[in-house]
Design a binder for this molecule. Structure first.
Ligand SMILES: [Zn+2]
Length: 542
């Protein structure tokens, strides 16, 4: 086993070097306080876009945005809840006054004043409406004027067996956004999700501190029939349920059946008030390219989100800047460094596009904007490689695949990794639904084969225990917080591994003319097939 890092070093040495030092410098700059946490529409936005454009230009790339520019405009609406919002629950005559950010969160959905008085509460189980799986928690239930209380994740995440929702791994219907959509369609006025660490995949600290962060949507803002949504801290939820003679564990068991139907929680209501202000914000994706030597109208796209969570009021230590050093200055720095490596080497057959997306943290908005209005046709984009690793680790023996089992790109990844002396391991927390949570997803759902991975936890020095000892505290304490800051002790050795694997994978795809595809039965396969004729007759690999 001691030989593996040497093998890695030898294989990597044949490629133009991915430099830990240049990645370090880009991460240091992007995560510095001067960049203000890179919040879209904040002062750090302009600085970041300028820094990235200049860095791509300095590397010798061509602009790949609109009108020959380095950028693609992304029109957003910023939604700020004004101070003074109230939220309370009443159960069997007892009122529980909640404090948004502390024991619940409150997102208002419509601009101006929202006033909800004693809306009845309905328990909706997992809130899954999925005709393909013959599940509909709301069938025959009138949700108009009501607020539905839901469990997080999907029905079989804790079932110990597969109920049609991929077992422990989360399916899209388990994402909170899918639940909001389903409840809105069923006529609900509001949604509250019961927070549990494992089901939500992050501690309440994360959602609680997110309460202060403004929401963004792609412009134009559409009015919503759903007036509010939020999380309930677990103790509050248990208290509420107990007041109605209900108990969480038995509700979960009942909710794990296709026959489950939402039911009214007796003598339980929600009241809320608050005001939402909307501001139009113009942000930008940054796009650069290296035009292909022999297949210039075919593309391999690298992407990483440049945004983090900006300035959102001071924490207990007086720090107001959520620097986003790990998430995602590292991925952004990797895309820059991969671009430099390609610019120094021989021009590949296909065109390489390098994208730094805005507003990922607000719901994948920059990548969604591009995928809905592609500058380079999606039908001829062979693959999307997304870098949003969420870890900064020393050298590892493995690369962690996010959301595996979907595309034959994973076979290519395994080959490339093996050549570099790395093995591919499955993601540690499939219940977190990471495949739906970063910028490859807007492409995948439109049929473009897309892959995401990060350095594995099996560290050369200390194995998996050492890796987990770095990753787990980050996820629990630092993710999206003011403490996600640049650490001068980072070696970036794992980051170099990520970038080297990404470089080699993209290089193979850019030169061999193959069209990766989706595995049989994967829901995105049919969409890709629909654009088959637009691609050349080049055979697919294998
Ligand atoms: Zn991220």
């Amino acid at each position: 086993m001691i030989l593996l890092p040497l093998v890695f070093a030898a294989a990597a040495a044949q490629a133009p070097a991915i430099s830990a030092e240049r990645i370090r410098e880009d991460v240091r700059v992007l995560a510095s306080d001067e960049f203000g946490g890179r919040g879209p529409g904040e002062e750090g936005d302009r600085r970041t876009v300028e820094y990235l454009s200049k860095s791509f230009a300095a590397a010798g790339l061509e602009p790949a945005g609109v009108d020959g520019l380095w950028t693609q405009p992304v029109s957003l609406v910023r939604l700020d809840r004004r101070p003074g919002a109230t939220l309370s629950l009443a159960i069997s005559g007892r009122t529980m006054h909640l404090t948004p950010g502390e024991n619940a969160t409150l997102a208002l959905r419509n601009v101006g004043r929202t006033e909800v008085t004693e809306a009845p509460l309905v328990f909706g189980g997992y809130g899954v409406v999925d005709p393909a799986r013959a599940w509909d928690a709301y069938e025959g239930v009138d949700l108009r004027g009501r607020v539905v209380v839901l469990l997080a994740n999907d029905p079989d995440f804790e079932a110990g067996r597969d109920l049609g929702f991929e077992g422990r791994r989360m399916v899209l219907a388990g994402r909170i956004g899918s639940k909001f959509e389903a409840a809105a369609k069923a006529g609900a006025l509001g949604v509250l999700v019961i927070h549990e660490d494992a089901a939500a995949s992050y501690p309440f600290l994360q959602v609680g501190s997110g309460d202060a962060v403004p929401a963004f949507v792609l412009a134009p803002l559409k009015p919503s029939s759903l007036q509010l949504s939020g999380w309930l801290r677990l103790d509050v939820a248990r208290d509420l349920l107990a007041g109605a003679g209900l108990e969480l564990e038995s509700l979960k068991r009942r909710s794990r059946a296709a026959s489950f139907r939402a039911f009214t929680i007796r003598d339980a209501t929600l009241s809320a008030s608050g005001e939402l202000a909307a501001t139009e914000v113009l942000s930008h994706n940054v796009l650069a390219k290296i035009t292909g030597a022999s297949r210039p109208d075919e593309y391999v796209l690298y992407g990483a989100h440049w945004d983090a969570n900006g300035r959102n009021g001071p924490d207990a230590k007086g720090d107001a800047i959520r620097n986003g050093a790990v998430d995602n200055a590292t991925g952004t720095a990797e895309v820059l460094e991969i671009a430099r490596a390609f610019a120094k080497g021989p021009r590949p057959a296909r065109t390489l596009v390098f994208a730094a997306w805005t507003a990922e943290e607000k719901g994948l908005l920059g990548a969604e904007r591009y995928a809905a209005n592609p500058i380079h046709p999606l039908a001829k984009t062979a693959a999307v490689i997304n870098l949003d690793p969420h870890v900064v680790l020393p050298a590892a023996h493995d690369i962690e695949l996010i959301g595996g089992g979907r595309t034959d790109l994973e076979l290519r990844l395994a080959e490339v990794a093996a050549r570099l002396g790395l093995r591919v391991t499955p993601e540690a927390n499939p219940e977190a639904g990471w495949y739906f949570r970063s910028d490859h997803f807007p492409f995948a759902k439109r049929g473009v084969p897309a892959i995401a991975f990060r350095a594995g936890r099996d560290l050369v020095d200390g194995g998996t225990a050492a890796g987990s000892a770095i990753v787990e505290p980050y996820n629990a304490r630092d993710y999206h917080q003011t403490s996600d800051e640049f650490d001068p002790r980072w070696t970036f050795a794992g980051t170099v591994q990520e970038a080297t694997v990404a470089y080699e994978l993209g290089r193979a795809l850019a030169n061999d003319g193959s069209w990766p595809g989706w595995n049989p039965g994967v829901e995105y396969a049919a969409l890709r097939l629909a654009s088959e004729a637009e691609r050349s007759a080049t055979p697919r690999p294998r």
